[in-house]
Design a protein around this ligand. Structure first.
Ligand code: SF4
Length: 292
């Protein structure tokens, strides 16, 4: 397949066919994000994208799942996305999933009717990086939106019936005394959005990112595993989700937990309590320190 630069898709969608619709990220400002720093954002020409679909059909036959890359494919004009979705479903009769990353700013640039159209033409899932519910942290990491705008973006996707996968990042506070606020406010924003799925990651500091420079200068402190676990526990305690998948299965995390909320909340908290209260760090695994 034809790809420009490094390609990322959610860990959970690792076996999908990835179709590059945009190059880079339309925002590309988040201080922790290493994925597209060396790419100049642009929307690929529609004929190129449709040709890629033809190439994928010739190479793979039918595919069931497609992920639209790069960082923020929902930033494309809605009419082009509709053309791509229609072409994908016409090309792959077994297709049942089309997902995309969706930055909050790009979601807010779409009307509710456009988002609904995208859903009706088969955009099944959006991955929204909420990262934190703390207003100061959102500002510090240059997320580009406020707490209220993030909530609005999440709710717009939900109202359009697009399955909403939200991610938040543990350890993003940068200072030990901000960890409690980060955890509590992140739980609060998740409660307001009510995502269908919540994935927790842990901050990964990569060379070349603004946050790397902050770490070098002593302005950002990366928490150790016990502090990350305490933050995870506080966040989980604060979640009041009506029906939401939960996962911390990601190489950046020191522990892999999975379940459904609210049903599995007590079990998940008990697992964390067993480790934290007994200081049983042997049950943790080494966090990834490289790009994942
Ligand atoms: S919006 Fe997402 S892809 Fe873009 S810079 Fe931020 S974290 Fe990275």
């Amino acid at each position: 397949m034809r790809y420009e630069g490094d390609i990322y898709s959610p860990h959970i969608a690792g076996d999908d066919y990835v179709l590059q619709c945009t190059i880079g990220c339309s925002h590309n400002q988040c201080t922790f994000c290493y994925m597209y720093k060396n790419k100049q954002y642009r929307v690929r020409a529609l004929p190129e994208i449709l040709t890629d679909i033809n190439l994928a059909k010739a190479a793979y036959g039918d595919v069931k799942k497609v992920f639209l890359a790069d960082g923020d494919a929902i930033s494309m004009p809605a009419k082009d996305l509709l053309t791509i979705l229609d072409y994908l479903y016409a090309s792959f009769p077994g297709l049942s999933y089309v997902g995309t990353y969706a930055s909050a700013g790009s979601v807010l640039n779409k009307s509710p009717a456009e988002l609904r159209d995208l859903q009706q033409h088969g955009l099944t899932e959006a991955h929204l990086g909420v990262e934190s519910g703390d207003e100061q942290i959102l500002y510090a990491i240059r997320k580009g939106v406020s707490y209220a705008q993030m909530v609005q973006a999440g709710r717009l996707l939900k109202q359009a019936d697009i399955h909403l996968f939200v991610t938040a990042i543990l350890g993003l506070a940068g200072k030990p005394d901000k960890s409690v606020d980060h955890a509590k406010h992140t739980a609060r924003i998740c409660n307001e959005i009510q995502p269908d799925y919540l994935g927790l990651l842990t901050i990964l500091v990569q060379a070349g990112t603004p946050i790397y420079k902050q770490v070098q200068a002593g302005g950002f402190i990366v928490p150790d595993d016990p502090a990350i676990l305490a933050e995870m526990r506080l966040l989980l305690q604060g979640l009041e989700l009506e029906h939401c998948g939960f996962t911390s299965i990601h190489p950046s995390n020191c522990i892999s937990l999975e379940g459904w909320l609210p049903e599995d909340k007590d079990r998940l908290l008990q697992t964390l309590a067993d480790i934290i209260d007994n200081r049983d760090w042997s049950r943790l695994r080494r966090r990834a320190t490289e790009k994942v």
